[in-house]
Ligand binder design. Structure first.
Ligand SMILES: [Zn+2]
Length: 463
């Protein structure tokens, strides 16, 4: 061990790269029973399978059976904070290089100018160059599980998965499917559906469940505007037959909703388009859902379909402000998404901050007419970005919180980065700490990230 902890930007320390290991730190985590774990002087012990063998006060460890040797070898990271790694339910990996560009443009101009050129150029060679950097950027932001859209080309998806395989991040990835609008000039329009299904099926075979489930596949029709009813239906049955996820966008923007109504006149509403395709259910993650009707909301809840809430993107592209509290009260399963590059920032801490502001804006602007539901607290936002995100993916028994038996997907944060004044002591209260991490989040505050106890490249690379 070298350097001095708690010194903020200059702190360096030899962090454990692989399980087994033990860390002494301040612990903050949502728990499955709805409460919050907060241990000012805590210990996490990761066993040789990469699972959490002990989580609790350091003073209780010996009585709980942690050996003196493990205790003596534990790396002391105090006053750093160890938390569960964050779960990003929605991002477009090929778009990352243009994150933060195009503010103020309307959606179609933004797509044409900044997004489609990147996706069109995302061939295997580009993926080999960009994907390793992208996975590192996710980890640097504190994200240890990412559910992303790729581009349309099969070989670029293989390269993206290979990069995730060697980086160590937990990733769910899918090849974008489109048969109504496409940017792949090499493909015969009459053959798009079959080719896209075949490519997706081969990718599922190669990657779905790889590395004991760390890598998974999501069948990914882009959205109803760019997919025929047949493509939506066939893609949903491919997902159902293989156990892969199914991801697409829903009800993001008023213009988009009107276009879907024009293209699918037989459907009752936007959600019904996916319902008729057989796309709803517990393995489905729909991005956005900003403008859902009461009927659509009830149908998503009833079918167990989950939503990735992307408040930064929704404001960057002027799509709207989701009535989050009302959806949660209705029982909808919700987690968070960065939606890069619709959202300029991969950090889910930024997503939480903007999401909080957006809920307040809804209230003060009077747009929710009192039906927006309660505004979440900072600790509730942290839960949304970790354990609730894991629950959306059906992985809440595996990851999402610091609880014994779970896989050690976790991050370490130096709270000196979020202190208003140099040398200011970290907050004692866990709600205050959560508030600082969200409202004063810093791009370098995440100093380490692990998946199954294996340390990820990315955090600390700039600081
Ligand atoms: Zn998106």
């Amino acid at each position: 061990m070298s350097g001095t902890l708690g010194a903020g930007r200059l702190a360096t320390v030899d962090l454990p790269n692989a399980a087994p290991f033990a860390i002494r730190a301040r612990l903050l985590s949502p728990l499955a029973d709805g409460s919050t774990l907060h241990e000012p002087d805590g210990l996490v012990v990761i066993d040789d399978t990469g699972r959490l063998a002990f989580v609790g006060p350091a003073s209780d460890a010996e009585a709980a059976g942690v050996s003196r040797q493990v205790l003596a070898d534990a790396l002391d990271l105090l006053p750093w904070v160890v938390m569960p790694g964050l779960v990003d339910l929605h991002a477009h990996l090929p778009q990352l290089p243009n994150a933060g560009l195009g503010a103020g443009l309307d959606l179609l101009t933004w797509l044409d100018r900044y997004i489609f050129p990147l996706e069109r150029a995302f061939d295997a060679a580009t993926a080999e160059r960009v994907a390793p950097l992208a996975w590192r950027a996710f980890a640097a932001a504190g994200t240890t599980t990412a559910m992303v859209y790729g581009a349309v080309y099969e070989a670029s998806l293989d390269a993206t998965f290979r990069a995730a395989e060697s980086h160590g991040i937990r990733a769910i990835v899918g090849k974008v499917m489109m048969d109504r609008i496409t940017y792949d000039p090499t493909i015969d329009p009459g053959a798009i559906l079959d080719q896209s299904l075949d490519e997706s099926a081969r990718l599922i075979e190669r990657w779905h469940g790889a590395d004991a489930g760390r890598l998974q596949y999501a069948v990914t029709p882009r959205f109803a505007v760019s997919c025929s009813a047949e493509m939506l239906r066939e893609s949903a049955s491919l997902a159902a037959a293989t156990g892969a996820y199914w991801q697409t966008h829903v009800s993001e923007d008023r213009g988009e909703i009107a276009e879907v109504a024009r293209l699918f006149p037989e459907a009752r509403d936007y959600v019904d388009v996916y319902d008729r395709a057989g796309g709803l259910g517990a393995r489905t993650v729909l991005a956005h859902g900003v403008h859902l009707s009461d009927r659509e909301l009830a149908r998503l809840v009833e079918s167990g379909t989950r939503v990735a809430h992307c408040p930064v993107s929704n404001l960057f592209l002027a799509s709207g402000v989701m009535p989050l509290g009302r959806y949660l009260e209705a029982g909808l399963g919700v987690g968070l998404g960065s939606d890069v590059a619709g959202g300029p920032d991969l950090s889910l801490f930024s997503v939480m901050r903007v999401g909080f502001y957006a809920q307040h804006a809804r209230q003060v602007a009077g747009v929710d007419r009192g039906d927006g539901g309660p505004v979440l607290t900072p600790l509730e936002w942290l839960r949304l970005g970790s354990l609730d995100g894991a629950r959306v993916l059906g992985l809440d028994d595996v990851i999402g919180s610091l609880e014994v038996g779970k896989e050690a997907d976790m991050i370490a944060i130096d709270p000196a980065f979020v202190a208003p004044l140099q040398g200011q002591a970290p907050d004692d209260d866990p709600a205050d700490l959560a508030s600082r991490l969200i409202f004063r989040s810093h791009p370098d505050m995440v100093r380490a990230a692990w998946v199954r106890g294996r340390r990820l490249d990315g955090p600390g690379a700039r600081g």
